[in-house]
Design a protein around this ligand. Structure first.
Ligand SMILES: Cc1cc2nc3c(=O)[nH]c(=O)nc-3n(C[C@H](O)[C@H](O)[C@H](O)COP(=O)(O)OP(=O)(O)OC[C@H]3O[C@@H](n4cnc5c(N)ncnc54)[C@H](O)[C@@H]3O)c2cc1C
Length: 472
Protein backbone atom coordinates (compact mmCIF):
# COMPACT_ATOMS: atom_id res chain seq x y z
CA UNK A 1 0.00 0.00 0.00
CA UNK A 2 1.34 3.45 -0.95
CA UNK A 3 2.00 5.99 1.84
CA UNK A 4 0.12 9.28 1.88
CA UNK A 5 2.48 12.22 2.68
CA UNK A 6 -0.22 14.10 4.59
CA UNK A 7 -0.32 11.28 7.17
CA UNK A 8 3.27 12.14 8.22
CA UNK A 9 4.83 14.91 10.26
CA UNK A 10 8.51 15.90 9.96
CA UNK A 11 10.34 18.14 12.41
CA UNK A 12 13.96 19.34 12.24
CA UNK A 13 14.90 20.95 15.60
CA UNK A 14 18.50 21.64 14.46
CA UNK A 15 20.44 20.58 17.57
CA UNK A 16 21.23 17.32 19.32
CA UNK A 17 19.94 18.68 22.62
CA UNK A 18 16.57 19.64 21.10
CA UNK A 19 16.21 16.21 19.44
CA UNK A 20 16.89 14.21 22.63
CA UNK A 21 14.52 16.50 24.57
CA UNK A 22 11.78 15.78 22.03
CA UNK A 23 12.46 12.02 22.28
CA UNK A 24 12.34 12.24 26.11
CA UNK A 25 9.11 14.22 26.18
CA UNK A 26 7.26 11.88 23.83
CA UNK A 27 9.05 8.50 24.11
CA UNK A 28 8.46 6.16 21.18
CA UNK A 29 6.45 8.75 19.24
CA UNK A 30 9.22 10.20 17.05
CA UNK A 31 11.39 8.23 14.65
CA UNK A 32 14.82 9.79 13.99
CA UNK A 33 15.61 10.09 10.30
CA UNK A 34 19.23 10.66 9.26
CA UNK A 35 20.00 10.16 5.54
CA UNK A 36 16.61 8.49 5.12
CA UNK A 37 17.94 5.81 2.75
CA UNK A 38 16.37 3.03 4.83
CA UNK A 39 13.46 5.01 6.26
CA UNK A 40 12.30 6.26 2.86
CA UNK A 41 12.40 2.76 1.39
CA UNK A 42 10.03 1.66 4.16
CA UNK A 43 7.91 4.75 3.58
CA UNK A 44 7.68 4.11 -0.16
CA UNK A 45 6.68 0.51 0.51
CA UNK A 46 3.94 1.65 2.92
CA UNK A 47 5.71 -0.17 5.77
CA UNK A 48 6.75 2.79 7.93
CA UNK A 49 4.95 2.40 11.27
CA UNK A 50 6.01 5.81 12.64
CA UNK A 51 4.01 8.88 11.62
CA UNK A 52 6.26 11.48 13.25
CA UNK A 53 9.80 11.88 11.95
CA UNK A 54 12.49 13.97 13.61
CA UNK A 55 15.39 14.89 11.34
CA UNK A 56 18.91 14.40 12.63
CA UNK A 57 20.44 14.89 9.16
CA UNK A 58 23.58 17.00 9.20
CA UNK A 59 23.50 17.79 12.94
CA UNK A 60 27.06 19.06 13.58
CA UNK A 61 27.26 17.08 16.86
CA UNK A 62 26.77 13.85 14.89
CA UNK A 63 28.94 14.63 11.87
CA UNK A 64 32.35 14.99 13.55
CA UNK A 65 35.31 12.65 13.31
CA UNK A 66 37.58 13.03 16.34
CA UNK A 67 40.95 11.37 16.78
CA UNK A 68 42.75 10.82 20.06
CA UNK A 69 45.91 8.83 20.74
CA UNK A 70 43.89 5.74 21.56
CA UNK A 71 40.80 5.88 19.33
CA UNK A 72 38.91 7.41 16.46
CA UNK A 73 35.38 8.59 17.17
CA UNK A 74 33.06 8.60 14.16
CA UNK A 75 29.93 10.71 14.52
CA UNK A 76 26.87 8.54 13.84
CA UNK A 77 25.75 11.08 11.23
CA UNK A 78 28.88 10.68 9.11
CA UNK A 79 28.01 9.57 5.61
CA UNK A 80 29.82 6.86 3.70
CA UNK A 81 31.38 9.61 1.58
CA UNK A 82 32.71 11.28 4.77
CA UNK A 83 34.29 7.97 5.77
CA UNK A 84 35.67 7.23 2.31
CA UNK A 85 37.46 10.56 2.18
CA UNK A 86 38.95 10.47 5.68
CA UNK A 87 42.68 9.73 5.65
CA UNK A 88 42.88 8.06 9.08
CA UNK A 89 39.87 5.86 8.31
CA UNK A 90 41.52 4.73 5.09
CA UNK A 91 44.91 4.16 6.69
CA UNK A 92 44.01 2.60 10.01
CA UNK A 93 40.48 1.24 9.53
CA UNK A 94 40.61 -0.23 6.07
CA UNK A 95 37.64 -2.50 6.75
CA UNK A 96 35.37 0.50 7.44
CA UNK A 97 36.78 2.30 4.40
CA UNK A 98 36.11 -0.71 2.16
CA UNK A 99 32.54 -1.12 3.43
CA UNK A 100 31.93 2.61 2.85
CA UNK A 101 33.21 2.24 -0.72
CA UNK A 102 30.88 -0.58 -1.66
CA UNK A 103 27.71 0.50 0.14
CA UNK A 104 25.11 1.37 -2.51
CA UNK A 105 26.11 3.82 -5.24
CA UNK A 106 27.64 7.29 -4.96
CA UNK A 107 24.25 8.99 -4.31
CA UNK A 108 23.58 6.55 -1.49
CA UNK A 109 27.09 7.11 -0.06
CA UNK A 110 26.48 10.87 0.00
CA UNK A 111 23.32 10.42 2.02
CA UNK A 112 23.45 7.14 3.98
CA UNK A 113 25.04 7.32 7.43
CA UNK A 114 26.97 4.79 9.45
CA UNK A 115 24.62 5.41 12.39
CA UNK A 116 21.63 4.58 10.19
CA UNK A 117 23.30 1.34 9.09
CA UNK A 118 23.85 0.32 12.72
CA UNK A 119 20.43 1.25 14.10
CA UNK A 120 18.58 -0.12 11.09
CA UNK A 121 20.17 -3.39 12.26
CA UNK A 122 19.97 -5.43 9.08
CA UNK A 123 22.03 -8.63 9.41
CA UNK A 124 23.18 -7.95 5.82
CA UNK A 125 24.44 -4.40 6.54
CA UNK A 126 27.91 -3.98 5.09
CA UNK A 127 29.66 -1.86 7.73
CA UNK A 128 28.68 -3.98 10.74
CA UNK A 129 31.17 -6.88 10.50
CA UNK A 130 34.00 -4.31 10.39
CA UNK A 131 32.78 -2.79 13.67
CA UNK A 132 32.84 -6.22 15.33
CA UNK A 133 36.36 -6.91 14.08
CA UNK A 134 37.62 -3.59 15.46
CA UNK A 135 35.98 -4.04 18.91
CA UNK A 136 33.89 -0.90 18.36
CA UNK A 137 32.07 0.78 21.20
CA UNK A 138 28.96 2.91 20.76
CA UNK A 139 28.08 6.13 22.54
CA UNK A 140 24.33 6.40 23.11
CA UNK A 141 22.92 9.76 24.22
CA UNK A 142 19.68 10.96 25.81
CA UNK A 143 18.62 13.69 28.23
CA UNK A 144 19.86 11.30 30.94
CA UNK A 145 23.41 11.64 29.58
CA UNK A 146 25.73 9.39 27.60
CA UNK A 147 26.38 5.67 27.96
CA UNK A 148 29.07 3.67 26.22
CA UNK A 149 28.29 0.09 25.18
CA UNK A 150 30.39 -2.50 23.36
CA UNK A 151 29.05 -2.82 19.81
CA UNK A 152 29.05 -6.64 20.11
CA UNK A 153 26.17 -6.35 22.64
CA UNK A 154 24.13 -3.79 20.67
CA UNK A 155 22.09 -6.17 18.47
CA UNK A 156 19.96 -8.27 20.77
CA UNK A 157 18.13 -10.23 18.03
CA UNK A 158 16.91 -9.87 14.46
CA UNK A 159 16.38 -6.10 13.96
CA UNK A 160 16.41 -5.57 17.75
CA UNK A 161 18.87 -3.29 19.56
CA UNK A 162 19.77 -1.99 23.00
CA UNK A 163 18.74 1.56 22.03
CA UNK A 164 16.08 2.97 24.40
CA UNK A 165 13.14 4.90 22.80
CA UNK A 166 14.53 8.22 24.07
CA UNK A 167 18.12 7.54 22.91
CA UNK A 168 20.14 8.41 19.83
CA UNK A 169 23.31 6.80 18.63
CA UNK A 170 25.86 9.58 18.90
CA UNK A 171 29.21 8.09 17.91
CA UNK A 172 31.14 4.95 17.11
CA UNK A 173 34.55 4.57 18.81
CA UNK A 174 37.23 2.40 17.22
CA UNK A 175 40.45 1.68 19.14
CA UNK A 176 43.63 2.51 17.21
CA UNK A 177 45.35 -0.77 17.92
CA UNK A 178 44.77 -2.69 14.71
CA UNK A 179 46.68 -0.60 12.19
CA UNK A 180 49.40 -3.24 11.96
CA UNK A 181 46.99 -6.09 11.28
CA UNK A 182 46.42 -7.53 7.84
CA UNK A 183 42.90 -6.55 6.70
CA UNK A 184 40.59 -8.59 4.53
CA UNK A 185 37.06 -7.66 3.47
CA UNK A 186 34.74 -9.06 0.84
CA UNK A 187 31.14 -8.66 -0.10
CA UNK A 188 29.51 -11.47 -2.04
CA UNK A 189 26.34 -10.29 -3.76
CA UNK A 190 24.76 -10.21 -7.19
CA UNK A 191 27.03 -7.19 -7.81
CA UNK A 192 29.46 -5.26 -5.60
CA UNK A 193 27.56 -1.96 -5.73
CA UNK A 194 23.82 -1.57 -5.39
CA UNK A 195 23.32 -5.12 -4.15
CA UNK A 196 22.55 -6.49 -0.72
CA UNK A 197 25.16 -8.95 0.48
CA UNK A 198 24.54 -12.67 0.34
CA UNK A 199 27.53 -12.97 2.66
CA UNK A 200 30.04 -10.34 3.74
CA UNK A 201 33.21 -10.72 5.75
CA UNK A 202 35.55 -8.36 7.59
CA UNK A 203 38.65 -9.91 9.12
CA UNK A 204 41.91 -8.86 10.71
CA UNK A 205 44.96 -10.99 11.33
CA UNK A 206 48.50 -10.86 12.65
CA UNK A 207 51.26 -13.42 12.11
CA UNK A 208 54.67 -13.81 13.73
CA UNK A 209 57.19 -16.23 12.23
CA UNK A 210 54.39 -17.83 10.24
CA UNK A 211 52.28 -18.51 13.35
CA UNK A 212 48.86 -16.87 13.75
CA UNK A 213 49.06 -14.53 16.74
CA UNK A 214 45.55 -13.16 16.51
CA UNK A 215 42.66 -13.27 14.05
CA UNK A 216 39.31 -11.52 14.27
CA UNK A 217 36.73 -12.80 11.78
CA UNK A 218 33.26 -11.26 11.42
CA UNK A 219 30.51 -12.16 9.01
CA UNK A 220 27.25 -10.57 7.90
CA UNK A 221 24.15 -12.23 6.38
CA UNK A 222 24.79 -15.60 8.00
CA UNK A 223 22.80 -15.20 11.25
CA UNK A 224 20.05 -12.91 12.65
CA UNK A 225 22.76 -10.42 13.65
CA UNK A 226 26.32 -9.84 12.38
CA UNK A 227 28.59 -12.29 14.18
CA UNK A 228 32.19 -12.83 15.15
CA UNK A 229 33.44 -16.36 14.63
CA UNK A 230 34.93 -16.83 18.08
CA UNK A 231 35.15 -20.65 17.81
CA UNK A 232 36.90 -20.43 14.46
CA UNK A 233 39.28 -17.81 15.81
CA UNK A 234 40.14 -20.05 18.79
CA UNK A 235 40.68 -23.02 16.47
CA UNK A 236 43.26 -21.21 14.31
CA UNK A 237 45.06 -18.90 16.75
CA UNK A 238 48.56 -20.17 17.56
CA UNK A 239 48.67 -22.40 14.45
CA UNK A 240 50.60 -22.17 11.19
CA UNK A 241 48.53 -21.79 8.04
CA UNK A 242 48.53 -24.97 5.94
CA UNK A 243 45.90 -26.93 3.98
CA UNK A 244 44.81 -28.86 7.11
CA UNK A 245 44.19 -25.64 9.00
CA UNK A 246 42.11 -24.25 6.12
CA UNK A 247 39.92 -27.37 6.15
CA UNK A 248 39.52 -27.15 9.92
CA UNK A 249 38.64 -23.44 9.77
CA UNK A 250 35.97 -24.09 7.12
CA UNK A 251 34.45 -26.86 9.24
CA UNK A 252 34.37 -24.85 12.47
CA UNK A 253 33.02 -21.75 10.69
CA UNK A 254 30.20 -23.77 9.07
CA UNK A 255 29.17 -25.06 12.51
CA UNK A 256 29.25 -21.57 14.00
CA UNK A 257 26.97 -19.69 11.59
CA UNK A 258 23.19 -19.84 11.30
CA UNK A 259 22.34 -18.92 7.71
CA UNK A 260 18.81 -18.98 6.33
CA UNK A 261 17.17 -19.34 2.92
CA UNK A 262 15.74 -16.05 1.60
CA UNK A 263 15.10 -14.29 -1.71
CA UNK A 264 18.79 -13.51 -2.16
CA UNK A 265 20.30 -16.92 -1.46
CA UNK A 266 20.06 -20.30 0.25
CA UNK A 267 21.44 -21.34 3.63
CA UNK A 268 23.54 -24.02 1.92
CA UNK A 269 25.12 -21.53 -0.49
CA UNK A 270 25.80 -19.07 2.33
CA UNK A 271 27.48 -21.77 4.46
CA UNK A 272 29.72 -22.81 1.55
CA UNK A 273 30.65 -19.21 0.72
CA UNK A 274 31.29 -18.31 4.36
CA UNK A 275 33.73 -21.24 4.71
CA UNK A 276 35.49 -20.28 1.48
CA UNK A 277 35.83 -16.66 2.57
CA UNK A 278 37.36 -17.69 5.89
CA UNK A 279 39.83 -19.94 4.04
CA UNK A 280 40.64 -17.19 1.54
CA UNK A 281 41.29 -14.76 4.38
CA UNK A 282 43.73 -17.19 6.04
CA UNK A 283 45.45 -17.87 2.73
CA UNK A 284 45.89 -14.17 2.03
CA UNK A 285 47.06 -13.61 5.59
CA UNK A 286 49.80 -16.16 5.11
CA UNK A 287 51.00 -14.83 1.75
CA UNK A 288 50.74 -11.15 2.52
CA UNK A 289 52.44 -11.27 5.89
CA UNK A 290 55.57 -9.56 4.57
CA UNK A 291 53.57 -6.78 2.95
CA UNK A 292 51.50 -6.29 6.09
CA UNK A 293 54.65 -6.17 8.22
CA UNK A 294 56.04 -3.53 5.88
CA UNK A 295 52.86 -1.54 6.33
CA UNK A 296 53.46 -2.06 10.07
CA UNK A 297 56.92 -0.52 9.74
CA UNK A 298 55.40 2.45 7.98
CA UNK A 299 52.61 2.74 10.55
CA UNK A 300 55.20 2.88 13.36
CA UNK A 301 57.31 5.41 11.47
CA UNK A 302 54.18 7.45 10.71
CA UNK A 303 53.53 7.72 14.45
CA UNK A 304 57.10 8.51 15.55
CA UNK A 305 58.23 12.04 16.44
CA UNK A 306 59.37 14.33 13.63
CA UNK A 307 62.99 14.09 14.86
CA UNK A 308 62.92 10.27 14.95
CA UNK A 309 61.22 10.06 11.57
CA UNK A 310 63.77 12.44 10.01
CA UNK A 311 66.69 10.55 11.52
CA UNK A 312 65.34 7.17 10.40
CA UNK A 313 65.31 8.20 6.72
CA UNK A 314 68.53 10.18 6.71
CA UNK A 315 70.72 7.23 5.60
CA UNK A 316 68.50 6.86 2.50
CA UNK A 317 69.46 10.33 1.27
CA UNK A 318 71.85 12.59 3.14
CA UNK A 319 70.02 15.84 2.43
CA UNK A 320 68.54 17.13 5.68
CA UNK A 321 65.88 19.08 3.77
CA UNK A 322 64.79 15.86 2.01
CA UNK A 323 64.61 13.83 5.25
CA UNK A 324 62.74 16.61 7.07
CA UNK A 325 60.43 17.09 4.08
CA UNK A 326 59.58 13.38 4.06
CA UNK A 327 58.87 13.34 7.79
CA UNK A 328 56.63 16.40 7.41
CA UNK A 329 54.61 14.72 4.64
CA UNK A 330 53.61 11.75 6.81
CA UNK A 331 51.51 9.69 7.14
CA UNK A 332 51.97 7.36 4.19
CA UNK A 333 49.58 4.47 3.68
CA UNK A 334 51.96 2.16 1.80
CA UNK A 335 55.36 1.73 0.16
CA UNK A 336 54.16 3.20 -3.14
CA UNK A 337 53.07 6.46 -1.50
CA UNK A 338 56.36 6.74 0.36
CA UNK A 339 58.40 6.17 -2.80
CA UNK A 340 56.32 8.66 -4.79
CA UNK A 341 56.72 11.29 -2.06
CA UNK A 342 60.48 10.73 -2.06
CA UNK A 343 60.73 11.72 -5.72
CA UNK A 344 58.46 14.74 -5.29
CA UNK A 345 60.35 15.96 -2.23
CA UNK A 346 63.73 15.47 -3.89
CA UNK A 347 62.81 17.43 -7.04
CA UNK A 348 61.43 20.31 -4.90
CA UNK A 349 64.81 20.95 -3.21
CA UNK A 350 67.43 23.60 -3.90
CA UNK A 351 70.83 23.08 -5.55
CA UNK A 352 72.61 23.29 -2.17
CA UNK A 353 70.25 20.65 -0.66
CA UNK A 354 71.12 18.35 -3.57
CA UNK A 355 74.83 18.90 -3.11
CA UNK A 356 74.51 18.14 0.60
CA UNK A 357 72.88 14.84 -0.44
CA UNK A 358 75.70 14.06 -2.92
CA UNK A 359 78.39 14.79 -0.33
CA UNK A 360 76.95 12.25 2.13
CA UNK A 361 78.26 9.49 -0.20
CA UNK A 362 81.81 8.21 -0.50
CA UNK A 363 83.49 8.84 -3.85
CA UNK A 364 83.17 5.93 -6.26
CA UNK A 365 86.01 3.56 -5.30
CA UNK A 366 86.27 4.92 -1.72
CA UNK A 367 84.52 3.83 1.45
CA UNK A 368 84.22 6.97 3.63
CA UNK A 369 81.63 9.69 2.86
CA UNK A 370 82.94 13.06 1.66
CA UNK A 371 81.31 14.77 4.64
CA UNK A 372 80.70 12.77 7.81
CA UNK A 373 77.22 12.57 9.30
CA UNK A 374 76.70 13.99 12.77
CA UNK A 375 75.20 10.69 13.92
CA UNK A 376 77.57 7.74 13.94
CA UNK A 377 74.93 5.01 13.61
CA UNK A 378 73.35 6.74 10.62
CA UNK A 379 76.71 7.22 9.00
CA UNK A 380 77.38 3.53 9.60
CA UNK A 381 74.16 2.51 7.83
CA UNK A 382 74.90 4.76 4.87
CA UNK A 383 78.48 3.47 4.64
CA UNK A 384 77.24 -0.13 4.73
CA UNK A 385 74.75 0.51 1.91
CA UNK A 386 77.40 2.35 -0.14
CA UNK A 387 79.71 -0.67 0.20
CA UNK A 388 76.92 -2.97 -1.08
CA UNK A 389 76.12 -0.61 -3.95
CA UNK A 390 79.79 -0.37 -4.98
CA UNK A 391 80.57 -4.07 -4.58
CA UNK A 392 81.57 -4.48 -8.25
CA UNK A 393 83.96 -1.55 -8.02
CA UNK A 394 85.61 -2.97 -4.90
CA UNK A 395 86.08 -6.30 -6.68
CA UNK A 396 87.73 -4.66 -9.71
CA UNK A 397 91.20 -4.46 -8.07
CA UNK A 398 93.73 -1.76 -7.15
CA UNK A 399 94.75 -0.82 -10.71
CA UNK A 400 91.18 0.04 -11.50
CA UNK A 401 90.90 2.00 -8.23
CA UNK A 402 93.75 4.23 -9.38
CA UNK A 403 92.06 4.87 -12.76
CA UNK A 404 88.81 5.73 -10.98
CA UNK A 405 90.60 8.03 -8.53
CA UNK A 406 92.05 10.01 -11.50
CA UNK A 407 88.63 10.22 -13.14
CA UNK A 408 87.03 11.38 -9.86
CA UNK A 409 89.68 14.11 -9.53
CA UNK A 410 89.02 15.30 -13.08
CA UNK A 411 85.26 15.37 -12.44
CA UNK A 412 85.62 17.35 -9.19
CA UNK A 413 87.98 19.83 -10.85
CA UNK A 414 85.42 20.37 -13.62
CA UNK A 415 82.17 20.48 -11.58
CA UNK A 416 83.38 21.33 -8.01
CA UNK A 417 81.42 18.45 -6.46
CA UNK A 418 81.69 14.68 -6.25
CA UNK A 419 80.56 12.34 -9.00
CA UNK A 420 77.27 10.59 -8.20
CA UNK A 421 76.02 7.50 -9.97
CA UNK A 422 73.51 4.86 -8.93
CA UNK A 423 76.10 2.06 -8.78
CA UNK A 424 73.77 -0.80 -7.88
CA UNK A 425 74.10 -3.56 -10.46
CA UNK A 426 76.70 -1.69 -12.56
CA UNK A 427 80.15 -3.07 -13.33
CA UNK A 428 83.28 -1.00 -12.56
CA UNK A 429 83.97 -0.54 -16.30
CA UNK A 430 80.42 0.65 -16.89
CA UNK A 431 80.72 3.22 -14.08
CA UNK A 432 84.00 4.52 -15.50
CA UNK A 433 82.42 4.82 -18.96
CA UNK A 434 79.47 6.77 -17.48
CA UNK A 435 81.83 9.10 -15.59
CA UNK A 436 83.88 9.83 -18.68
CA UNK A 437 80.74 10.46 -20.71
CA UNK A 438 79.31 12.86 -18.16
CA UNK A 439 82.48 14.94 -18.15
CA UNK A 440 81.21 16.24 -21.51
CA UNK A 441 77.99 17.69 -19.94
CA UNK A 442 77.58 21.39 -19.19
CA UNK A 443 77.10 22.27 -15.51
CA UNK A 444 73.28 22.47 -15.52
CA UNK A 445 72.79 19.24 -17.45
CA UNK A 446 75.28 17.47 -15.19
CA UNK A 447 73.60 18.73 -12.02
CA UNK A 448 70.26 17.37 -13.27
CA UNK A 449 71.90 14.03 -14.14
CA UNK A 450 73.53 13.76 -10.72
CA UNK A 451 70.20 14.62 -9.06
CA UNK A 452 68.49 11.89 -11.09
CA UNK A 453 71.14 9.38 -9.95
CA UNK A 454 70.62 10.40 -6.31
CA UNK A 455 66.84 10.04 -6.78
CA UNK A 456 67.39 6.44 -7.90
CA UNK A 457 69.72 5.75 -4.96
CA UNK A 458 67.09 7.05 -2.51
CA UNK A 459 64.45 4.77 -4.07
CA UNK A 460 66.66 1.71 -3.67
CA UNK A 461 67.64 2.63 -0.11
CA UNK A 462 64.05 3.32 0.96
CA UNK A 463 63.10 -0.16 -0.20
CA UNK A 464 66.03 -1.62 1.74
CA UNK A 465 65.06 0.40 4.80
CA UNK A 466 61.53 -1.02 4.71
CA UNK A 467 62.83 -4.57 4.27
CA UNK A 468 65.54 -4.30 6.92
CA UNK A 469 63.05 -2.91 9.44
CA UNK A 470 60.77 -5.89 8.81
CA UNK A 471 63.62 -8.32 9.50
CA UNK A 472 64.52 -6.65 12.80
C1 LIG B 1 19.75 2.17 -3.23
C2 LIG B 1 20.20 1.70 -1.88
C3 LIG B 1 21.33 0.92 -1.81
C4 LIG B 1 21.80 0.49 -0.56
N1 LIG B 1 22.92 -0.29 -0.51
C5 LIG B 1 23.36 -0.72 0.69
C6 LIG B 1 24.53 -1.54 0.77
O1 LIG B 1 25.17 -1.84 -0.24
N2 LIG B 1 24.94 -1.95 1.99
C7 LIG B 1 24.26 -1.62 3.13
O2 LIG B 1 24.67 -2.01 4.22
N3 LIG B 1 23.15 -0.85 3.09
C8 LIG B 1 22.69 -0.39 1.90
N4 LIG B 1 21.55 0.38 1.84
C9 LIG B 1 20.85 0.71 3.09
C10 LIG B 1 21.15 2.10 3.68
O3 LIG B 1 21.66 2.99 2.72
C11 LIG B 1 22.13 2.04 4.85
O4 LIG B 1 21.64 1.16 5.84
C12 LIG B 1 22.39 3.42 5.46
O5 LIG B 1 23.52 3.33 6.26
C13 LIG B 1 21.26 3.96 6.30
O6 LIG B 1 21.62 5.23 6.81
P1 LIG B 1 20.60 6.45 6.81
O7 LIG B 1 21.28 7.59 7.43
O8 LIG B 1 20.04 6.66 5.46
O9 LIG B 1 19.48 5.85 7.78
P2 LIG B 1 17.97 6.28 7.91
O10 LIG B 1 17.18 5.69 6.81
O11 LIG B 1 17.85 7.73 8.14
O12 LIG B 1 17.65 5.53 9.28
C14 LIG B 1 17.69 4.11 9.37
C15 LIG B 1 17.26 3.71 10.78
O13 LIG B 1 18.24 4.12 11.71
C16 LIG B 1 17.68 5.03 12.68
N5 LIG B 1 18.75 6.01 12.94
C17 LIG B 1 19.54 6.60 12.02
N6 LIG B 1 20.49 7.32 12.63
C18 LIG B 1 20.28 7.19 13.96
C19 LIG B 1 20.95 7.69 15.12
N7 LIG B 1 22.05 8.45 15.03
N8 LIG B 1 20.47 7.35 16.34
C20 LIG B 1 19.37 6.57 16.43
N9 LIG B 1 18.71 6.07 15.38
C21 LIG B 1 19.17 6.37 14.16
C22 LIG B 1 16.42 5.57 12.05
O14 LIG B 1 15.48 5.93 13.04
C23 LIG B 1 15.97 4.38 11.24
O15 LIG B 1 15.32 3.47 12.07
C24 LIG B 1 21.08 0.83 0.62
C25 LIG B 1 19.92 1.61 0.52
C26 LIG B 1 19.48 2.04 -0.72
C27 LIG B 1 18.23 2.89 -0.80
Amino acid sequence: MRSNPSDYEMFAPGSLRAVVTLLANEPGQWLPIAGGTDVMVQYAAGKLAARKLVSIWNLPELRRIEITDSEIRLGAGCTYSDLRKHGTVEREFLLVHRAACWTGGIANQNRGTIGGNIVNASPAADSLPALLAYDAELILVSVRGERRVPYERFHTGYKKTLLAPDELLQAICLPRRFSEYFSYARKVGARTAQAISKVCIAALGRLADGVIQDVRISLGSVAPVPIRLMETERAVNGRTIDPDLLLLAKKVAAAEIRPIDDIRSTAQYRAAVAGNLVAEFLNRLSSSSVESERIGVLARWNRSSIEEATAALFPCCGSKAWARGMAARRPFANDAELLRASDETWWSLTRSDWIEGFNSHPRIGESRPVTSSSTQSLAAQSVEWSAEEQRNVADAGTDFEAVLADANREYEKRFKRIFIVCATGKSAAEILRILQGRLKNDDDAELQEAAEQQRQIAQIRLRKWLQDEVKQ
